[in-house]
Design a protein around this ligand. Sequence first.
Ligand SMILES: Cc1ncc(COP(=O)(O)O)c(C=O)c1O
Length: 382
Amino acid sequence: MPNVSAPDWSALRSEFPVFEHTTYLNTCSLGALSRRTRGAVNQFLDLWQAYGASAWYKTWLGEITALRGSFERLVNAQPGTCTIQHSISAALAVIASCYDYRQRNKIITTALDFPTIPYQWLVKPEVEVVILPTDDQISVALERYAHAIDERTALVATSHVFFTSGYIQPAAEIARLAHAAGAHVLIDGYQAAGQIPVDVQALDVDWYLTGGLKWLMGGPGIVELYARPKLVQRLQPTTTGWFAHGQQFAFDPQNWAYWDDARRFELGTPAVAAVYAARAGMDLLLEIGVEAVRERELELVGDLIGRARDAGLRLKLPADPAEHAGIVMFPADNPGAIVKTLAEHKIIVDYRPGHVRVSPFFYNTVDENALIIDHLARLVRG
Ligand SMILES: Cc1ncc(COP(=O)(O)O)c(C=O)c1O
């Protein structure tokens, strides 16, 4: 057996200055800032100051390429299949522009997905948007997908992890159902990549989106996009920009030619400071290893749930811990007020309608779990 030692979680925690003064349990809204990420953004500023526009050619374009490479490693994607975008919404706009809805006019998503997914197609009168219901507010039954997907379906677009329940969807199964009907599948992995291992080839998905904001600890401004190799060769987005042009620096206004790799799904100049932050966060995760992070997450979430049950708190949870990522929902009548009171005690969590949302990550501790449950036991009962 290989002798792989567990990461030093307490040393890793000390990389995040927020913990010197705050109990931060809100990674599903915004990952904590590490010293490394701050250092990377400072490096961007230093290069800007020292070289001005020559920094583009000296290092910035290379940094963008390196971020694409890090993402390919993170999700086990083939070279040339990944690129960056400005937000999930911008990526969806480009992807939506690749399809001819005269042939297949149906998009399937669910009531538990982040609403920017349906919004993208609700504004297109030629598209029928089917929003699959949830029976328990936690998951969407696979039978619902099987029943809805048909020969008119262009795309099934849904989350890997639901943002208001932490449920890990069986993305490979959903892909199988979509492909059996000749449809594509798009997985929004914003709440997944970084906290659960992702292998886009094993999942056999057509699109995978995620970003630095949350579990990849890279802050706002950059998301990552994977497209199946066959789609990279074939699809031609009509929402585009000069970064999608294969000879972008020819500045030729007469002729259009897509990149022959995933850069064809780009738009315009990326936020380079955000690229530096995104790469620093992602590389830290690659060094720790997402498998180790997931193991730690399972321990912390299990501990948090155990303490909540002991304290008599209600929970909204997937039944099987193997299907549960690091988002724990506590039903409450006044979640906004509770979150505000907790912030006054320097405990940062979040809320969504009817629930306080707590999201531990590898850098949190069981002591923080104990503290938040102590407060919630008082505040939720009011
Ligand atoms: C699952 C999921 N998708 C998408 C978004 C947001 O997308 P965008 O990058 O367009 O703001 C969020 C939250 O910020 C999210 O939780």
